[in-house]
Design a protein around this ligand. Structure first.
Ligand code: UDX
Length: 441
């Protein structure tokens, strides 16, 4: 099948390579020539485990091309829209400029019977508008949200938990014949993963768009729930990690996404819950999502609390203190620093007078571009040398495995703040460290 992928960021680049590995002929298009040059040379333009290998694999087949020229999409039967929908400046709503630009540019190249597949996360109602815009071309829109996690993007694309198709529906509530024909084509694209028995939910546009934001809102709520419990644990001397283990044994609750700490960041959860609240307001249903405002507040409070904890262990002031921050990415196995809790805390401490040095195995380049005023070190030892306090902010596996004695030999003071609740407190305390964490005694 000939496929085009518009937008080659964290989602689109992986999607293009993955579709190539499924045997399709793919052209990936992006306006960013730096990204395209890297991809065309077979290099991943960002850190994503497994993507370099996947690009290598498809490079050998010659089935995947990357270009900045939108005209290259002509002749493809299925066009995936994978562009970003960032938060608007100064507003909660999502900025749809890239989605509209992608569809506007696709229009002159579409043929009757083509399928346009929306994967970007959009406010409900967007697909209906785009479908109207596409109608004169004879192309059909399917809304097919993606649920990939950075760090697991290759696996999540090739073997997702589920597929969701939002099809155009006729007034009496059944898919239109064009919708069913488009579904058959998309089934062919995903034939290999579908043959593994991955569940497929076929629904309407509104539901398909809502599924994505509902899923992310649920995940954000789960994280903020356990972080709210962490606040209670701090007030009572209880331990939030034991609490999470205990409630997580209940299958109805489940242990995953109950890790308390610095909370959620990244390019999805924070902006998606805000855009969802904004959209609910437009729909006159803002009360239904007012709890998400609290989810957001709990999350942001964790960052402030971490700065307070640093102040506490430094006997009341961080002014002039050296702070080493381990981690800049919003989560491990990613170089993405969008709304990174680690960088947010590092910057707050710096603004409050601390001398902060940040290190990260992959994200220093992006972090430096986002926060040029922070100091960076390529190595853990370089970052922690002479530190008055060390903050583990992103739980990279190499940070989980740090040796308290080795680190202790170079710091000025043995004080560690475990922002992700991943270190063994007893081990660090035995080595003479003051160990503090969010939600633990
Ligand atoms: C998320 C969704 O998981 C994915 O399905 C969707 O398609 C895009 O958004 P991603 O942003 O890659 O994926 O990261 P995710 O693994 O969900 O983590 C989000 C944030 O929550 C990270 O900052 C992470 O550190 C934090 N987190 C996660 C916690 O604080 N506690 C947890 O228990 C889990």
């Amino acid at each position: 099948m000939r496929i085009s992928v518009i937008g080659c960021g964290y989602l689109g680049a992986v999607h293009a390579a993955a579709m190539g590995s499924l045997g399709h002929d793919v052209v990936g298009v992006d306006v960013n020539s730096i990204k395209i040059d890297a991809l065309a040379a077979g290099c991943a333009p960002f850190y994503e485990p497994g993507l370099p290998e996947l690009l290598d694999e498809v490079a050998d087949t010659g089935r995947v091309r990357f270009t900045t020229d939108i005209a290259a999409v002509a002749g493809a039967a299925v066009h995936f829209v994978c562009v970003g929908t960032p938060q608007k400046r100064g507003e909660f709503g999502a900025d749809l400029a890239y989605v509209h630009a992608a569809v506007d540019q696709l229009l002159p190249h579409l043929q009757p019977g083509d399928v346009v597949v929306g994967k970007s996360t959009v406010p409900v109602g967007t697909a209906e508008q785009l479908a109207e815009q596409l109608a004169p071309t004879g192309a059909t829109l399917i809304w097919n949200p993606e649920f990939l996690r950075e760090g697991f993007a290759v696996k999540d694309t090739l073997h997702p938990d589920r597929f969701v198709y939002g099809l155009p529906h006729a007034e009496h509530g059944v898919p239109t014949p064009e919708g069913l024909a488009a579904k058959a084509l998309l089934d062919e694209v995903y034939a290999t993963p579908l043959s593994e028995g991955i569940p497929l939910v076929v629904t309407d546009y509104a539901t398909a768009q809502l599924v994505k934001v509902a899923a992310n809102s649920f995940l954000a709520t789960k994280i903020s729930f356990i972080n709210a419990m962490a606040e209670l644990c701090e007030a009572t001397g209880a331990d939030v990690t034991s609490l999470a283990d205990a409630i997580g044994h209940d299958e109805r609750i489940g242990r995953r996404f109950l890790n308390a700490g610095l909370g959620f960041g990244g390019g999805c959860l924070p902006k998606d819950i805000r855009a969802f609240m904004a959209r609910a307001g437009e729909l006159g249903a803002d009360q239904a999502l007012s709890f998400l405002r609290e989810v957001d507040s709990i999350n942001m409070r964790r960052r402030v609390r971490m700065v307070d904890l640093a102040r506490e262990v430094c006997h009341g002031s961080i002014v002039g203190r050296r702070v080493a921050v381990l981690g800049a990415a919003f989560k491990p196995d990613s170089d993405d620093v969008r709304d990174s809790p680690a960088l947010s805390v590092a910057a707050q401490m710096q603004l409050q007078g601390a001398h902060v040095t940040v290190t990260d195995p992959q994200a220093i380049g992006n972090a430096r571009a986002a926060w040029p005023s922070l100091k960076f070190s390529d190595t853990v030892m370089g970052a922690v040398a002479g530190a008055d306090v060390v903050l583990l902010a992103t739980e990279w596996s190499e940070y989980r495995e740090l040796d308290p004695d080795e680190l202790g030999a170079v710091v000025a003071e043995r004080r560690i703040l475990d922002g992700r609740n991943v270190l063994d407190p007893a081990r660090w305390r035995t080595a003479g460290w003051t160990y503090r964490a969010l939600g633990r005694p």
